[in-house]
Design a protein around this ligand. Structure first.
Ligand code: FES
Length: 241
């Protein structure tokens, strides 16, 4: 079958505004959007810019908007989103400046991730041969969400899709909330209270408007809104004590 990819192009060094460019190609069985971009780049237009690395839905670098929704290009089967003769739109992620075509500046996203301190600050000292103490003060529900959080590949689909972040850039975004959640609920973590205080500040979890787009677009089923709700409840409970 044949499909057209209508791709948003922009080179900020030469273009004042983005424009659309259409490429028609024949789709092979199992072809994903990333393979289609390779086909275009290698055989039709070598100036097309896009980002990828692993091709296996692991590195998170190929996220882009496909038919209006943030998705991983290496995981999106063309046959699942288009029939013969259809047109697929491909655009860069929202909420980050475009460097060129489908490549965005990931700086704003990683700035929020850094603020969330996405690393474990372990309690006390441990001998090298002493195993980590996983503790037991997590409910099954919390543990389930904590485990999910660890699967995040930082692809930025949730950050790009978040209508709240679009409206208010002071909101840290769903992924940073997931990072805060992961370490706040980790029984080994020494700075749980500090992390909770950060989550409760302006721009933190209480600024989420619960649009739920982050849950729909996450390619790893992390469910950021659930993590946000857990944090909100935990902070409210702390205030009552
Ligand atoms: S290329 Fe790594 S997630 Fe798609």
């Amino acid at each position: 079958m044949n499909v057209a990819l209508n791709i948003q192009r922009c080179n900020p060094e030469t273009d004042s505004d983005p424009h659309w460019q259409e490429y028609v190609l024949s789709v092979e069985p199992g072809m994903v959007v990333l393979s289609a971009l390779h086909e275009i780049h290698d055989h039709q237009d070598g100036t097309l810019a896009y980002r990828y690395a692993c091709r296996g839905a692991i590195c998170g670098s190929c996220a882009m908007r496909i038919n209006g929704t943030a998705r991983l290009a290496c995981k999106t089967q063309i046959k699942e989103i288009a029939d013969d003769g259809d047109t697929i739109t491909v655009e860069p992620l929202l909420n980050e400046p475009v460097i060129k075509d489908l490549v965005v500046d990931q700086g704003p996203f990683f700035a929020e991730v850094r603020k969330a301190m996405p690393w474990l600050v372990e309690k006390g000292k441990r001998e090298p041969d002493q195993p980590l103490d996983y503790g037991a003060d997590m409910s099954k529900q919390e543990l389930d969400q904590w485990e999910r959080s660890a699967y995040c590949i930082k692809c930025q689909a949730c950050f790009s899709g978040c209508p709240k972040r679009l409206e208010d850039p002071s909101f840290i975004g769903p992924e940073a909330c997931v990072d805060i959640y992961k370490h706040t609920y980790d029984p080994r973590e020494a700075k749980r209270e500090e992390r909770l205080a950060r989550a409760g500040e302006k721009g933190g979890v209480f600024d989420c408007d619960k649009h739920g787009v982050c849950v729909k677009v996450c390619p790893k089923d992390i469910r950021p809104m659930r993590a946000i709700t857990f944090l909100q409840r935990r902070i409210e409970k702390g205030k009552k004590q």
